[in-house]
Write a protein that binds this ligand. Structure first.
Ligand SMILES: Nc1nc2c(ncn2[C@@H]2O[C@H](COP(=O)(O)OP(=O)(O)OP(=O)(O)O)[C@@H](O)[C@H]2O)c(=O)[nH]1
Ligand SMILES: [Mg+2]
Length: 402
């Protein structure tokens, strides 16, 4: 798939820069960096940069104020379209990447709406969820903006910094970004073939991705290093058969998604099995597809094989889409709404520390704290009402977040 990537705000620009700098191998990414802060933009050498809200904010950023971010976006979103037209060659989809808790990154709903008017290609959002280490303002921005982003985009990939970080958030940004890039690179490789030897038995292309993606979505990877001693059969399952390994890697992928949600509530799936050809026998992705059909509610499961002669890994890249239930997102959303109702917010780090789950003086009810820690829910409450908007039924989860 040929993506055009628009990075908005600090998180969005850093991630997009990664994709553009390392657009090697099968992936051909083009993109544009957009920020309200001139000093942040100056950090990148990439020439496709756009200073958002120049007249309104004078290059000084929004100070985490998403209403200002939206105002700047309303004034400039058409100029962003003109910039995209100037630099793009061919693309299958546009990916807008941003931190939803940011004053700038949270304002992407306005941009996505404009992009929908200007392009026939689908518009996807990769949205960083607020972390327990972010200021309260990030949660409030998230609660204000998430629904709008989901309703305007063809699909949204929430990414949970808290589940990807190592020790503390600030020290982990770069490793988290590499991890996010690794997942989306595997997705962008789908349908990009440089030679006959990269064509699998079951071929999938970017139209399969487009037909799969709807509503809240996620990606996970299960991988096995086949260059290690023992190879495919030696390490994981003793004498297991190849279909068994593909199934166990698929299962692993469901446990390593970019945010935590109830896997069985997904409506659609796409699975790509890649690796050295000798490890992709004629069944390829078929066992993964059969396994997924049994483990998710929906029955639309697509799959294909992508032989990669140069890869050391056999990988199962799994996309789940039309997700109906994520306790994690629901808790973040409620927490943000609650803070907003309480009125005002605090930038004082000692106050914020008290809001951190587990802190003895934490001001949040136990139920909310559990959500912040990223615990799985009780598994009750699977029923949702039908949501409005693009894509129809897959907005269930969001429509319940009142
Ligand atoms: N994964 C990841 N997250 C980041 C990175 N930088 C910031 N974030 C997170 O993204 C969210 C938004 O922060 P920023 O990107 O700094 O905000 P912004 O979009 O520039 O908006 P402003 O408030 O106007 O500065 C927060 O939840 C941050 O923790 C990054 O490099 N990687
Ligand atoms: Mg910023």
């Amino acid at each position: 798939m040929k993506p055009f990537i628009v990075g908005v705000g600090r998180a969005g620009c850093r991630l997009t820069d990664l994709f553009l700098k390392e657009a090697t191998g099968r992936v051909h990414a083009e993109g544009l960096l957009v920020d309200t802060e001139a000093s942040e933009l100056a950090y990148f050498s990439h020439r496709n940069r756009f200073l958002l809200g120049k007249n309104l904010l004078d290059g000084n950023g929004t100070g985490k104020n998403v209403d200002l971010g939206r105002e700047a976006m309303e004034a400039d979103s058409y100029a962003i379209v003109e910039n995209i037209d100037r630099v793009k060659s061919s693309m299958d989809a546009i990916f807008v990447i941003s931190g939803i808790g940011g004053g700038t990154g949270g304002a992407v709903d306005v941009l996505i709406e404009e992009l929908q008017k200007s392009y026939v290609e689908p518009i996807y959002s990769i949205g960083i969820l607020p972390s327990q280490e972010d200021p309260e303002r990030a949660l409030m921005n998230f609660a204000q903006q998430f629904k709008g982003i989901v309703s305007h985009a063809n699909a949204v990939f929430p990414v949970d910094n808290d589940s990807l970080k190592r020790v503390n958030l600030r020290g982990s940004y770069s490793s988290i970004n590499n991890e996010i890039a690794r997942h989306f690179r595997n997705l962008f490789e789908v349908g990009e073939y440089r030679s006959r030897e990269e064509l699998g038995e079951n071929v999938i292309g970017s139209s399969d991705i487009v037909n799969t993606l709807t509503g809240v979505s996620s990606i996970g990877i299960g991988s096995l290093d086949v260059s290690e001693s023992g190879g495919l059969f030696g390490r994981r399952d003793g004498g297991a058969d190849k279909p068994g390994v593909v199934v166990s890697l698929t299962e692993e992928a469901t446990r390593k998604m970019l945010h935590d949600f109830d896997v069985k509530t997904a409506q659609k799936a796409l699975v790509a099995v890649s690796g050295p050809r000798r490890y992709l026998d004629f069944l390829g992705s078929i066992p993964a597809r059969l396994w997924l059909e049994k483990h998710i509610e929906g029955c639309e499961v697509r799959g294909g094989d992508m032989p990669s002669p140069r890869k050391r890994l056999t990988e199962v890249t799994l996309v789940l889409s039309g997700i109906r239930k994520s306790d994690r997102i629901r808790h973040l959303y409620h927490l943000g709404k609650m803070l907003k109702k309480k009125g005002g917010y605090s930038e004082d780090v000692t106050e914020i520390a008290h809001a951190v789950p587990g802190h003895p003086d934490s001001r949040f009810p136990e139920e909310v704290q559990r959500g912040l820690r990223g615990h799985k829910g009780t598994g009750q409450d699977h029923q949702g009402e039908r949501g409005e908007g693009r894509g129809g039924g897959h907005h269930l989860m969001v429509s319940r977040m009142e």
